[in-house]
Design a protein around this ligand. Structure first.
Ligand SMILES: [Zn+2]
Length: 421
């Protein structure tokens, strides 16, 4: 214990940051995130502003109104159509240049370039990544059964596929021409949650389908993707001579235009998507209980702890070379996920409280489109306690764990071997 001038006392635990809960001294000392890029920074600032507005709205009435087609949503849709119109115009111009300018040399060449550009930015259905473990219903009937049940609770159907990744998050999207639903489940997150918190996580994710976040809408989502490709393509290259300078100069205006459109589309759709996040949190509570949904928020704050523990295990396993090294790696892989769950489970409440306060100061959010975590937590608590709609018992827990075991083994191998190299 160490006394502070504010009158508080600081218990000393060498494993965690010392901080004072009376005056918040040193509460956010370990700020190590790199500064975000320009677009991410603007998006975050907006996310925070809308997050606060919507949180107030939520506190005033009981709950948020369901999403409606308000002016910004319609404007976003119109802007998205405009973006797709430009893509179509580029394609048509390419065809015309090739066909009508056939006798010249320059025009068909330019036409081919335009056609190539149109092909790259043309809207297309997403595909499942080829290198990530994917589960279908036949591979994991109990897990899919649980997802169906949670879907029923929040008013939507289940998913067609579950992608298992080594990221500390979860998300939903659609893929293919038939727009099939896919849930991405990050094992590091899944494994540090209690069973009820997992139900809350599923409730949140499926809630996104139930409310129809426009980001998942084909038109607006694809326009964002098209603009991102343009943005990437038009990024200035390194300057090694007058030609580079000329190219960078020529792309300056289109680059700025794309950047502006990207920010505008974001601005228009962000409020609706933030509303969807709060509504999805209410679904999390409905499915898993308010307590579990709040527990999920607290777990999300532990992202740094999770990443450093995974890095530590991988680094420790790589220290040993030769034959012993191979065995050390295998052992690290076998114990990786249970070890992570144990490590995170042992983080004391005082450290979680520090992260909560640091997150509130910094405006921690899961990513640039989610509202700040502390506001989501506050809104959940304001909604009043909701009991668990779906109970994820021990037998079902064991069954789903067995179904996930092959994917877990594969991802443990990747975390231990690839993270070190
Ligand atoms: Zn979400």
């Amino acid at each position: 214990m160490r006394a502070r001038e504010c009158g508080g006392t600081v218990p000393v635990d060498e494993r965690y940051v010392d901080w004072c809960d009376a005056c918040d001294w040193n509460v956010d000392s370990a700020r190590t995130e790199p500064p975000p890029g320009r677009i991410t920074a603007v998006r975050r600032a907006l996310a925070r502003r809308y997050g606060e507005q919507l949180a107030d709205e939520m506190g005033r009435r009981d709950g948020l109104a369901p999403p409606k087609r308000d002016a910004p949503t319609v404007a976003a849709f119109a802007l998205a159509l405009l973006v797709h119109g430009v893509t179509a115009a580029v394609a048509v111009a390419g065809v015309l240049l090739v066909v009508l300018g056939w006798s010249t040399v320059v025009q068909p060449l330019l036409g081919v370039v335009l056609l190539a550009v149109a092909v790259v930015v043309f809207p297309r259905p997403a595909r499942l990544p080829g290198n990530t473990p994917v589960l279908y219903r036949a591979d994991a009937p109990r897990l899919f059964g649980l997802i169906d049940e949670v879907g029923g609770r929040v008013g939507t159907a289940g998913v067609h596929a579950v992608l298992v990744t080594a990221e500390f998050n979860a998300s939903v999207t659609v893929y293919g021409f038939r727009r099939r639903r896919v849930l991405t489940l990050g094992l590091p997150l899944w494994r540090v949650l209690s069973p009820q918190e997992r139900v809350a996580l599923l409730g949140h994710e499926l809630g996104h389908f139930a409310h129809g976040d426009i980001r998942y809408g084909a038109v607006t989502g694809e326009a964002l993707r098209t603009l991102s490709v343009w943005h990437y393509t038009l990024a200035p290259g390194p300057v090694n001579g007058p030609v580079d300078l000329f190219v960078n100069g020529m792309t300056f205006l289109p680059r700025r235009a794309v950047q502006g459109l990207l920010l505008l589309l974001d601005h228009l759709s962000l409020r609706a998507s933030q509303r969807a996040e709060y509504l999805a949190d209410a679904d999390a509570a409905r499915a898993g209980s308010t307590e579990a949904a709040v527990g999920l928020m607290d777990r999300l704050l532990l992202v740094g702890t999770v990443h450093s523990e995974l890095r530590r295990v991988a680094a420790a396993a790589s220290m040993r070379g030769g034959r012993g090294g191979h065995e050390a790696r295998q052992e690290a892989e076998r114990g990786l996920w249970d070890g992570l769950a144990g490590h995170v489970g042992a983080v004391p409440e005082r450290e979680v409280e520090r992260l909560r306060r640091a997150g509130a100061r910094r405006g921690h959010s899961v990513d640039s489109t989610h509202p700040p975590t502390h506001l989501r937590r506050r809104c959940l608590l304001a909604g009043g306690p909701s009991p668990a709609g779906i109970v994820y018992g021990d037998a079902l827990s064991a069954a789903t764990a067995a179904e996930l075991a092959p994917a877990e083994a594969e991802l443990a191998r990747r975390v231990v071997r690839d993270r070190v190299r």
